[in-house]
Design a protein around this ligand. Sequence first.
Ligand code: ZN
Length: 311
Amino acid sequence: MNAQFDNRLTIYEVSPRDGLQNESTVISTRAKVELIHRLVASGMKDIEVTSFVRPSWIPQLADAAEVVASLPAHDDVRYWGLIPNRRGLDRAIDCGLSHVATFLSASETHNQKNLNRTQRETLAAQQEVIETAKAEGLTVRAYISTVFGCPYEGYVNVEQTIRLSQALLESGADYIVLGDTIGSANPAQVKRVLRSVAEAGVPIDQTALHMHDTRGTAVANVIAGLNEGIRIFDGSVAGVGGCPYAPGAAGNAASEDLIAVLESMGWSTGIDLDLACESGAFLGEELGRSLPGRMHQVYLANREEEESCSA
Ligand code: ZN
C-alpha cells in the first residue's frame, strides 16, 4: 500500500429513516433524537434522519419537523432528509436541512406502485426539484431503487439505471445511490452493473450502494462494490428496516457488519464499532424486538455474558 492511498470510506446511516419506516412500532420523537445523538457519538458523519413524504403515508415519520428541530448541531455531520417531491423539498428547507435525497425506481412497475406516477413523470418532476435544491445551495443524493431486481418485473435492464443516473446528474445531483431494494443482487451482478454504469460515464466517486440483506448477501455485494471503486455504502444499525416485499426478511445492510468487515480489511470508516453497536442495541430496545444484524447479535450476547459475570 503506498503512502498516497486513501483508505477512507463513508457509511451513510439510514436507520432513523429507511430503518424505522418499515417498523410497525412507532417510537417517540425523543427516542429518535436519542438514537441520532448516539449515531453521531459513534463517529457517523452522514445520517438520513427523516422523510418528508406525506405524514399519512408513513405515520412513523410524521414528526419530521420535530426531529430536525432537535438534532444536535455538529459542523462536520451532514443530516439528510428524504423528499418525494417539491412539497417535500420545501418542508425540508423550512426545517433548515441542507441535504436532501430524492427517489425513483429503475423499473416502471415499482415506480408506479411506490410513487403513483410513471417513471417519465417522476424523473421530470425530480429534475426540477433537484435544480431548485441546487439553486438553494443544497446537497442532493438521488436514489434509484430496484436497480438489481424488481419485485414485480424481476430482471431490470442496466440501461434504465444508466439513463436515469445520467439525467439525475445532469440536473445537478451530487450522488447517485444504486439500491438493491429487494436484496436480490449477487456480487457478479454488482460488478457487471457498476462496470456498465462507469463505462457510461457515471463517476464512481459520486455513486453509492444501498444493499439489502434479504438473502444474506449484503456484505458480499458491498465488497464487490468496493472492488469496483465504490467508497460510499448505506447501512442501518442492527440491520433495522425489513424488506416491504418479503415479510420477516432481514432489512438493510447492517452498519456494524459493514464497519467490522471493512475495518478488518484495512479500510477506515471513522466509526467506533462498539458505539455503533450500542446505538443498535438502544434501537432494538426501543422497538422491542430482536434485530437481524450479525455484529449486533454478537454484541448483545457479549454484553449479556459480561452482565452475568459481574452479577
Ligand atoms: Zn433500504
